[in-house]
Write a protein that binds this ligand. Structure first.
Ligand code: HEM
Length: 498
């Protein structure tokens, strides 16, 4: 039963990533009602079939710019517009960008398939491998999650903020320091309880007296992007780095030509592809502003930090833990990696498709430990879904942790079994029984990028090293589940050179 003012807040003092094994239940945080759903049919109804009533996530009450401007927090028509602009960036054509160059020897037009994102990821991998070699040579146990943290931050800096950093060697770099502060900062707990208990008083008060540190931090990220924009605008078009930031800057000029009616809101998630168009009949308002403002560009760059950083770091850390503790699976991956290395010098977007077992390992990692273990939708109006009344304003929470550990879909759910993801096995399962990236029009837009980064990184590491457990390895792994699910105390392993 909820307590007065704080609701069921105390229930969340412990790790609650798998939730209770109930198909449907509700709880309160302060006065806000949350309805937890965990059956594939009900989830499909919320995320896809009734999407027009469940377009938004929870109201971002205390969130400020640049996060407020990121697509994660945008609502209704503005979300649809920005999403339609971003979809091409995250689609396959962008991940393998095609560029024409003049061949200086024969004066012929050559088309060079230039893998736009992969060189940036590979570059950050080079630094990661140098750092890992030191640990492998030392023969000592170390926390590989810390290395992944630095690596993923380097990728975010490079791809989204147009700034090259080596966060392991330069922990004092202002970009690195501010990113770390951003993730370490959490609301003072008594203050959080006051906000939850008396939102109508506390939220306006906090808006009048904003957090100084938070303001400085937000200002830093916005200024970094603005400086990068000034620099890029001064550069010759040919000199500009091809990255996410540049794509958004280019879209400043082309956005106007996008008709408000031609939204492509198809979900990147495999599960949602099988479903009917959920936005039918919801044409966006003509008043939607057809340009990304500079603040919104900063917001979208920032989303790499909030949506892509922790999720990718945790996926890499969990996969490492699972491979180290399941040596027979690691052996199979190593064999596949060696066959790959005999054929290809450098991994790129296309050739990494030739690693089906590694792909299955990553899929099974995301089943056992889904970093985004719950996500929300807010009911715009009162409605009835599969016989259940849902009041307007209620927040629906998808219990992915529960879903992924339900023995009805996953026999022996605590076992690491990559073979659950062969093509045949996948066909036999309900498509909404596996949702590490969400589903429907609001599903993860960065799924392909997240998977590409994870795959290339594991491949590059396993070409040189193998993971070994050691006395310091925590088995079973302790988990933390604040915003995302991650290892609580890092992942201590040893590396053996190959
Ligand atoms: C393995 C890594 C990742 C995992 C497991 C993951 C998972 C998720 C999940 C579960 C959601 C919520 C989906 C929903 O509400 O239905 C989400 C949303 C989102 N993710 Fe990811 N994600 C990952 C990597 C990334 C990356 C690299 C980016 C790139 C920037 C990204 C960008 C986003 C964005 C923008 C949204 C919100 C989409 C919207 O509101 O329209 N994600 N992600």
């Amino acid at each position: 039963p909820p307590l007065p003012f704080i609701g069921n807040l105390l229930f969340f003092r412990e790790v609650r990533y798998d939730f209770l094994f109930h198909k449907l239940y509700q709880y309160y945080i302060g006065r806000q009602m949350f309805v937890v759903v965990s059956t594939p049919e009900m989830i499909k109804q919320i995320l896809v079939t009734n999407f027009s009533n469940f377009t938004n996530r929870t109201k971002p009450n205390l969130i400020s710019k640049p996060m407020l401007d990121s697509i994660l927090c945008l609502r209704d028509d503005r979300w649809k517009y920005v999403r339609s602009l971003l979809i091409p960036v995250f689609s396959e054509t962008k991940l393998k960008e095609v560029r024409c160059r003049q061949c200086c020897f024969h004066n012929l037009e050559y088309i060079i398939v230039f893998f736009c994102m992969t060189p940036l990821i590979n570059q950050a991998c080079d630094v990661l491998l140098c750092n890992l070699k030191v640990y492998a040579d030392s023969g000592k146990a170390f926390d590989i999650q810390r290395c992944y943290n630095c690596f993923t931050l380097d990728v975010v800096g490079s791809v989204a903020f147009g700034t090259e950093v080596d966060s392991q060697k330069n922990p004092d770099d202002p970009f690195v320091k501010n990113c770390r502060t951003f993730f370490e900062m959490s609301l003072f707990k008594p203050l959080l309880i006051l906000i939850l208990s008396f939102p109508f008083i506390m939220i306006p008060l906090l808006r009048i007296f904003p957090n100084k540190k938070q303001k400085e931090l937000n200002g830093f990220f916005i200024q970094t992007i603005k400086n990068a924009i000034i620099f890029r605008d001064q550069q010759d078009a040919a000199e500009r780095r091809r990255d996410f930031l540049q794509w958004m800057l280019d879209s400043r000029n082309s956005a106007d030509s996008l008709a408000a009616g031609c939204f492509d809101v198809s979900s990147p998630s495999a599960a949602s592809r099988q479903n009917e168009s959920p936005l039918a009949g919801r044409a966006p308002s003509e008043k939607v502003q057809k340009m990304l403002t500079e603040d919104e560009i900063a917001g979208q760059a920032f989303l790499f930090l909030i949506a892509g950083f922790e999720t990718t770091t945790s996926t890499l850390s969990f996969a490492t833990y699972l491979l180290a503790t399941n040596p027979e699976c690691q052996e199979k991956v190593l064999q596949e990696v060696d066959e790959f290395s005999a054929k290809h010098m450098v991994p790129d977007y296309q050739n990494v498709q030739e690693l089906p077992y590694l792909e299955m390992v990553i899929a099974e990692t995301l089943r056992m430990y889904p970093p985004a273990f719950r996500f929300t939708r807010e009911a715009a109006e009162d409605c009835i879904v599969l016989g259940q009344r849902i009041p307007a304003g209620a927040v629906i929470e998808t219990a992915v942790g529960h879903l992924h550990h339900n023995p009805e879909f996953w026999p022996e759910p605590e076992k690491f079994m990559p073979e659950r993801f062969t093509e045949e096995a996948k066909k036999e399962r309900h498509p909404f029984a596996y949702l590490p990236f969400g589903a429907g029009p609001r599903g993860c837009i960065g799924m392909k990028m997240g998977l590409l980064e994870t795959k290339i990184t594991l491949l590059r590491i396993l070409q040189k090293f193998q993971f070994k457990t050691c006395p310091e390895t925590e088995i079973p792994l302790q988990l933390k589940s604040k915003a995302t699910l991650g290892p609580k105390n890092g992942v201590y392993i040893m590396l053996e050179s190959r």
